[in-house]
Write a protein that binds this ligand. Sequence first.
Ligand code: HEM
Length: 620
Amino acid sequence: QVLYDAFFGKPLKTDRRNFLNSINATSSCTILVEPCKKHEGRRVDGTCANPKYPSRGGTRTPLLRMLPASYGLGNTLRTSLNGSELPSTRLLRTKLLSDGYPTDHNFNSLGAHLGVFSFIDSVDLNVLFRFILVSDCCIGNTPNRVNPLCISIPVAADDPYLRRTGIRCMNLTRQDTFQERGCVSNTIPAERYNLPTPLLDLSVVYGFTNERERQIREYKDGLLKSEKRNGLDYPPGNGTICDEIGANLLPGIYLSAMWFFRKHNHLARELAEINPCWTDQELFETARYINIAEWQHMFYYEIMAEFLGRKNALSTGIIHDTQGYVNDFDEHYEPGVYHEYVVGSRWFHTFQDGRMDLYSNKGEYLGTRPASDNGLRSGVLEVNNTEADLTQGAFRQPSHKFDYVIEPDMAERVAGDLQTALDVSAADISRGRDQGLPPYNQYRKLCGLPYAHKFEDFHDVIFPDKVEQMRRIYNDVNDVDLMAAIYSEKLIDGGFVGPTLFCIIVQNMLQWRKSDRHFFEHGDTPTALTLPQLNEIRKSSTARLLCDNGDRVHEIQPRAILNPGPGNEIRSCKEIPSVDLTKWTDDRCFHKDDKQNREEYTQHQNTAYQLWESYNYDKK
Ligand code: HEM
């Protein structure tokens, strides 16, 4: 094992080790990496996703940047060009977006649930625990400017929604950084300290450390530890999937995490029937491999293809129209997630409804629950059929519309009763500053839009009324925040994001598929899927995910994240294509003398791990 410097991504040198030891920061600032092996599958701890950068892809990988960071002195927030503080993000939010309840005619809440789940797969939201549970960033209703961790948001006295409440300040703290952990000094641009593996690998379900893997595995038949309750698999105990990184955080996350958790065990059980000679390790690794491959397929080919527009997604190479492999692994791409992606994608808050509707499986509306009061409460799933009713609601309730209107709960009380007021979109703009994103104008250049010299130059992609608000609020065209612009840009043809966010999402999704040797469409690694297997994975869908793993889902529409209706009618799950796992049949389990064969395998149980490492499917 080699000890890597988590920040720099290189093996730790002696002087650096001595330094970290001296400040007691070795465990926070380093990561242990087993040497990368050619024939191994994806590691739970994420390391060796790209052997050129062994530690990247693991926990504590700093986020990537599309453009160099922009901070003030000592990593304070950047200021306007004239040196003054940038405008209140709450002011910007209320001038650029309004509160309201429009519903979307295309998408339903399932799209929002799986969307938010995808983000928690690569970044943690631990910053919330900092300021929502304990924070003194609004002292007596005034922003605390003394504590450098505070970046609370001032609320204007004439705020259109909060003016009668007397609230003049919203709590917000800075992200945890490598600087704060003592790993590097403040002379280096601040970098966020992130815990989950930064690739799309279901770390919400499997964890991101070997210790966590040991805790959650049954070590029998490839299963994750579970208890059967009401005929369904639940994680043992209090029902929390992976409390280490906040699977419990939001309803959309804990519902989705539950589906993928169950899916693992379904896969393991089915594979064990198909291949009775397989060891626990082979069953676990293969079930996990298929689970992640299906998730990557759903995310790229269904969720993002719908959000960005299929034609647009095809033209940029994030998805491909092929029945063959897509061998685009490129060792020069470093595994990681971009700051710009996790800030910019907060645009999707606009399509999050504040209410989660409950429906019966006959499609009758039963009631609703405020989404923001259901954070950290996955326990509700098992009370009074809540999980079944929320699952029906997920694919029957239209989402909030993709537009410039934010649902009032998201806009004023996104933390429920834990804060007097919190506006998620204002926090989104603040986060861009906190994470050191340079102004919008620089991203225009990066994304092929003309550099703007005056506010009117934004008219090419932003509505004039919003540009006018920006002109009144900002001092300079080069002060405008990326996130304020993302919340204002017109949508691209065929997609539901503006051009700059489109460019950012594409770059991030290319980075993920090219930097990850285990990406499901790659055929040139020893553990790759065979072509027949790959083409089975391509049949996976969010509809099938719910049919197999949702609580009492017997009917669903085939394009499950879109509202049911003509051409997408709700139908029996029997009509939804599924992945045929017999493509994973291992001939070694079915020799003439099956009994003798099984005994041979039992003898090998103790060396199961080595067996897996050398295991290689025949490419058919
Ligand atoms: C009930 C639903 C939701 C609630 C209550 C919620 C709330 C929040 C909050 C409070 C934050 C952190 C704000 C901060 O920076 O301090 C956040 C971050 C974020 N949210 Fe949501 N959100 C919801 C749904 C969604 C959806 C549907 C998506 C996308 C499809 C999404 C994407 C994100 C992203 C990308 C971040 C940044 C993650 C990070 O940097 O760690 N959220 N959300």
